[in-house]
Design a protein around this ligand. Structure first.
Ligand code: NI
Length: 168
């Protein structure tokens, strides 16, 4: 397993709509394993392939950050089938270092996708897990959590990011 480089806000790949995975081949399996390693090392509770500069619809999620094997979810071509309720809580992102802001998300989602064996999986998630799925699937659509903030908040965040990343 290898740790991959996580790209940050401003990188063009993060703004792309990622392509579906057509074939769960050895390359995809290896990418997924490396993403898990990268997510655990970061540490983070979720990672989307575009964050490691691969524009494919693949995400990894682990609320236990490697503590509990059964919390690890690897999902290929994930889709939100249903969303209901609302929750507002602070969110961060490995690609937006140092920024934490409150984001409105559904409180419950039904997600479908495929595991690495090509088997279809359907998962109901609530609270933090629902939030992580929404956040990671947003990445696949070229959207960062800061894109969901009000224009004023976004301007403030942009200024803080300039300092954080030394970018303009
Ligand atoms: Ni993120």
């Amino acid at each position: 397993m290898a740790r991959l480089e996580i790209i940050t806000v401003g990188h063009p790949t993060l703004a792309l709509r990622a392509r579906p995975v057509e074939d769960i081949n050895q390359e995809i399996v290896e990418l997924a394993r490396n993403m898990v390693e990268t997510m655990h090392q970061a540490p983070g509770i979720g990672l989307a392939a575009p964050q490691v500069n691969v524009s494919l619809r693949l995400i990894t999620v682990d609320l236990s950050v490697g503590e509990n094997d059964k919390d690890l979810i690897i999902m290929v071509n994930p889709e939100i089938l249903e969303a209901e309720g609302e929750q507002v809580s602070e969110e961060g992102c490995l690609s937006v270092p140092g920024i934490y802001e409150k984001v409105l998300r559904p409180s419950r989602v039904l997600v479908s996708g495929y595991n690495l064996d090509g088997k279809e999986i359907k998962l109901e998630a609530s609270d933090l897990l629902a939030r992580v799925f929404c956040h990671e699937i947003d990445h696949l659509d070229g959207k960062l959590f800061v894109d969901r903030l009000s224009p004023l908040k976004r301007r403030l965040v942009r200024n803080r990011l300039k300092k954080e990343l030394g970018k303009t």
